[in-house]
Structures are given as structure tokens and as C-alpha cells.
Design a protein around this ligand. Structure first.
Ligand code: PLP
Length: 372
């Protein structure tokens, strides 16, 4: 099998697994217990927090461990509405369901005003419209993802940050697809809140964190204990957190070489796929500001289109039809829908990693052509 779905999830790197196995053998105490076993776990927990904070240039007291990106997004948005007096949320139709459905819930049950910023046919944010939506607004929060998981579009963070500052709006960015891909300095990015998930950068599933700037204090979404500085109740996933820390460390150390590798693979794929399949169209800002490892494209419809994803799987290639997060659901991709790509148009998302080879890309191109 050739795996080309790294935006959906990634395998554990051997170094990450090694750290986790060691922690599983050596550390089992509850980090909230005061005895030696508990203290040993607490050391792992707080060392992890310190290391992650250092890598992102934030304070350890601004990092809160969660079960992943979904929980981080839910906690931040609910907390901002309930505890920070946010009356208006500005977002976009391209956000992950963890953001969109949180906003729907806040609008329905907490009377939050939710406005969507305009996007163009490539999924780029209309910055003038964002500025307009924040004019004379009540205390607002802008929630726009750092990079889109389906089409890879990157947010013009500096411009959005400037507009947010001008209107005293808070800025949340779902950074699940960027933390662990680039070296990131939260202070420069100017986020008030960000969300992260370990399984997108060769760490374990079911663990992530939220960055919450020290300027803000929100109450938990999950109640029942004083863990995570009273921001998230529940015994911490120590082994997962240790694995995530190692995964992020490796991601930072290897960021440049990983980026170079995927950029080359993606460039060759884009060039050759267009030559090989007339009528193939790239979705999103594929030639502009975009993640270097994701490519989404639509294909001309054929009698075999409906079976394309399945046939590619049988042929030994794991790719995604739009987004893995919505696969299995009867609805098509909300992102492609927002870009005006019809649900009847066959579309695929391919996402590479440094573990892929050029031979795999070449083989996939042939399989794609054969299954059209
Ligand atoms: N946000 C984005 C942009 C994602 O791509 C994903 C996962 O696909 C999530 C949030 C959810 O993260 P998790 O799987 O850790 O809940």
C-alpha cells in the first residue's frame, strides 16, 4: 500500500513510539497524586509543557493539553463566548466542522452572532469584507484556520492579525494542519488562541493542546477536576503527551528537509497529473499560498468516477475524497461546495509526507490514469 493521506493522519515515528513505550513502562502514577509515583508523572507532564512552550515561543502556562484539535476548538470557542463576553464570531465556510459546529451551537443556544467572511473561487479570504464585518462590532472573535485541511490554503496571518488589532477583535486559528509542519512563533503570528493535534505530525492520536494567550482566562468545557490549571478536567494522557512532545521536537528539527521533500513531490505530481489527465483542475489556491504537501483536484467525470476512491484503494493507494474527516458521511465536502465545485464532480485530496518517494508518486499517477 502507498499512503498518500498524511493530512488525515500520520503513523508514529519510531523515536516517538520508543519514548511512549518507555513512559508506559516507567511512568504510571496519576500526575495529581502527591506521592513519588505521581510526582514522576507530573515531571513528564510539566517537562513536556515546557518543551512545547519553548518550541512555540510561549509561556508554559499558555499551553493546555487536550484530547486533540476538536476538543481544543470546542473549548476555545465556547469559553470565548461564555467567559470573555464575545458577542460576534467571524469565521469562514471553509473551517473544520469542529469550528463550524461549535459556532452553530453558540448561535443556537447562546445567542452568539456568527458571520461568515466572503471567500473567492480559490478559497481566499476577502480581507476587505473581514474588515467590514468587524466595523463597529460588539466584542468579536475571528476564527480562521491557519491552513485548510482539504485544499491546503494558507491564511494571510499578518493581514488578518492587523485587521483584528484594528478592531480589538480576538484571533483564534485552528492550527492543526500547521503546527508540526513549520517552525512557528506564536508571538509573531499574533494568535490569541490556537489548536493543535499530535496525530497530524507523526505523534499519537487522541492528544493535542490549545494555546491560550496569558491575556485571557476561560473556564473549562470538561468539568470535574483541577487539572491543566483548572482549564481542562481529567487525568492527563501522559504517554500521549510525551509522544507528542517528541514528535514536535523531531518536526522542528527536520522541518526544512521535510518541507523540501514534500514540495518536490507535490510539484512533480501537479506537473505530471495535468499532462496525463486532460481536464484535471486543481482546487483552492494550489499555485499560490498553500501548504506544500496537500493537493486537491477535480477530475473529468467518467463511468468509473463513482468507484474511483475504492478502485485506487484496491490498486494499493490510500488517498482521500475531499477530506477524511467527512469520509463515510453522505454529504460531500463542505469546502469544495463553498468553492462552487459540484458534488457530482469527482475530486480527490492527496497529501504527501517526507516518508513518500518519487517512485510512489509516479506509481500513483499511473494508477490514477488507469482508473479514470
Ligand atoms: N482541525 C483541522 C484543520 C483538522 O484537519 C482536524 C482533523 O482532521 C481537526 C481540527 C480535528 O483534530 P482531531 O483529529 O485531533 O480532533
Amino acid at each position: 500500500m502507498v499512503y498518500l493521506d498524511y493530512a488525515a493522519s500520520t503513523p508514529l515515528l519510531p523515536e516517538v513510539k520508543e519514548v511512549m513505550l518507555k513512559q508506559m513502562d516507567d511512568v504510571f502514577g496519576n500526575p495529581s497524586s502527591i506521592h513519588a509515583f505521581g510526582r514522576k508523572s507530573k515531571v513528564v507532564l510539566e517537562n513536556s509543557r515546557r518543551q512545547i512552550a519553548k518550541m512555540l515561543n510561549v509561556s508554559p502556562s499558555e499551553i493546555f493539553f487536550t484530547s486533540g484539535g476538536t476538543e481544543a476548538n470546542n473549548t476555545i470557542l465556547a469559553g470565548a463566548c461564555r467567559d470573555l463576553g464575545i458577542g460576534r464570531f467571524v469565521s469562514s465556510a471553509l473551517e473544520h466542522p469542529a469550528v463550524l459546529q461549535s459556532l452553530e451551537w453558540l448561535a443556537r443556544y447562546h445567542k452568539a452572532e456568527v458571520l461568515m467572511v466572503d471567500i473567492d473561487a480559490k478559497g481566499r479570504i476577502d480581507l476587505g469584507h473581514l474588515d467590514f464585518l468587524l466595523k463597529d462590532a460588539p466584542r468579536s472573535l475571528v476564527t480562521l484556520m491557519h491552513a485548510n485541511n482539504e485544499i491546503g490554503n494558507l491564511l494571510p496571518v499578518k493581514e488578518v492579525q492587523t485587521i483584528c488589532k484594528k478592531h480589538h477583535a480576538l484571533f483564534h486559528s485552528d492550527s492543526v494542519q500547521t503546527i508540526g509542519k513549520f517552525k512557528m512563533d506564536m508571538k509573531t503570528l499574533g494568535f490569541d488562541f490556537a489548536s493543535c493535534s499530535a496525530h497530524k505530525f507523526f505523534g499519537p492520536k487522541g492528544v493535542g493542546f490549545m494555546y491560550i494567550s496569558g491575556k485571557h482566562r476561560i473556564k473549562p468545557l470538561i468539568w470535574g477536576g483541577g487539572q491543566e490549571l483548572n482549564m481542562r478536567a481529567g487525568t492527563e494522557n501522559i504517554h500521549g503527551i510525551a509522544g507528542m512532545t517528541m514528535a514536535l521536537k523531531l518536526a522542528q528539527q527536520q522541518a526544512d528537509e521535510r518541507l523540501e521533500k514534500v514540495k518536490t513531490l507535490r510539484a512533480v505530481f501537479m506537473e505530471k497529473s495535468r499532462q496525463l489527465i486532460p481536464g484535471l483542475v486543481f482546487n483552492g489556491d494550489a499555485h499560490g499560498s498553500c501548504l506544500p504537501h496537500i493537493v486537491s483536484f477535480s477530475l473529468p467525470e467518467t463511468s468509473r468516477s463513482e468507484m474511483l476512491l475504492l478502485n485506487l484503494d484496491v490498486a494499493g493507494f490510500a488517498v482521500s475524497g475531499g477530506s477524511a474527516c467527512s469520509s463515510g458521511a453522505s454529504k460531500g465536502s463542505h469546502v469544495l461546495h463553498a468553492l462552487g465545485v459540484g458534488s457530482d464532480i469527482p475530486s480527490l485530496r492527496v497529501s504527501f509526507s517526507h516518508l513518500n518517494t518519487m517512485e510512489e508518486v509516479e506509481a500513483f499517477l499511473m494508477a490514477l490514469k488507469d482508473n479514470m
